[in-house]
Design a protein around this ligand. Structure first.
Ligand code: G4P
Length: 287
């Protein structure tokens, strides 16, 4: 495999994005940091927790439909132990997304109680969503906006005033999410991001990404690998033999019956991303 140093995350872009986030932070009461439920560690930008330190944070684990529940629950507990409020959601289907309102009110309960004691009307709760590319920020914003319009029934769409999307429960959401860059501390993180599509396929060599994915599945999800491709796959089987097997079974061949490896890579990665191997968790507590 090639060295990981080849990955470049544009420093100029990072700097700009962080500067914008810092400015927007001043406007909100609460920050929702979105993590990918399959990779809660690799999708966490450690800088953000330091930057946001003065604001309450809600950690939202998104794409729960794609994760391995047992491993995910371990991560949720882990972050709770560190003192974070957490929530698991599926932004695509809207499952549990409404719980964000209750969580936010719980997190801000002291402020709300103080206002009530002074006889003040409840102030809007303003929040913003942050996360690495592809983690589901826009999907969540759309989902929360939709909730409002279906809930009230008679309001066409959402009411937008400048950059704020007004939602149910006196909630206001900044309509542009903050884009964080992932941490590139080690190669493993890069592979996890590449396998799940958080970074573009061309950034890391597909062959390396696929090799990592197959080895990972052999170690952690052997029975699913067997069920999806072939019962004869074993934990010890060589990577290239697995590629050949899948290539032959799926007819990914070029002239002379040679295996079309590029197509095999695509088959494997697409299967993983389309949940054909079930819910997978790449950041593990058991390795
Ligand atoms: P971003 O703003 O953070 O960059 O992410 P975005 O909302 O664009 O979501 C990236 C992809 O993840 C989208 O798929 C979106 O549908 C999908 N997604 C978001 N939340 C969930 C979830 O909870 N579960 C699942 N399974 N998928 C989720 P896409 O293929 O890029 O687009 P589309 O085909 O859905 O339009």
């Amino acid at each position: 495999m090639q060295t990981f140093k080849q990955i470049q995350w544009y420093p100029g872009h990072m700097f700009k994005s962080f500067k914008e986030i810092k400015q927007k932070l001043k406007l909100v009461d609460l920050v929702c940091v979105l993590l990918d439920a399959r990779l809660p560690d690799s999708s966490m930008n450690p800088e953000i927790l330091k930057t946001v330190k003065d604001k309450p944070i809600l950690l939202i684990f998104n794409k729960i439909d794609m994760a391995d529940e047992k491993i995910l629950n371990w991560w949720v507990k882990h972050y709770q132990t560190l003192g974070f409020e957490t929530l698991k959601v599926n932004a695509q289907s809207g499952q549990y997304t409404n719980q964000i309102f209750d969580k936010a009110k719980y997190i801000l309960r002291e402020r709300i109680a103080r206002d009530e004691a002074k006889g003040l009307k409840m102030r809007p709760i303003r929040t913003m969503i942050l996360g690495i590319p592809n983690v589901g920020k826009s999907t969540l914003i759309n989902q929360l906006s939709k909730t409002k319009s279906t809930k009230t029934g008679n309001t066409p769409g959402v009411t937008k005033s400048q950059q704020w999307v007004k939602l149910a429960e006196n909630f206001e959401l900044l309509d542009t999410p903050g884009v964080l860059w992932p941490k590139f501390e080690d190669a493993k993180v890069g592979y996890h991001l590449a396998i799940t599509g958080a970074i573009k396929d061309k950034i890391l060599p597909e062959d390396d990404v696929c090799q990592y994915a197959i080895k990972f599945l052999q170690t952690h999800y052997l029975s699913r690998l067997q069920k999806r491709y072939d019962e004869s796959i074993t934990r010890e089987m060589e990577y290239v033999d697995i590629l050949d097997l899948i290539g032959k079974k799926r007819g990914a061949l070029i002239k002379g019956n040679e295996i079309d490896y590029d197509r095999v890579y695509q088959i494997i990665l697409t299967d993983i991303r389309n949940k054909q191997l079930g819910g997978l968790s790449f950041d593990r507590n058991d390795v």
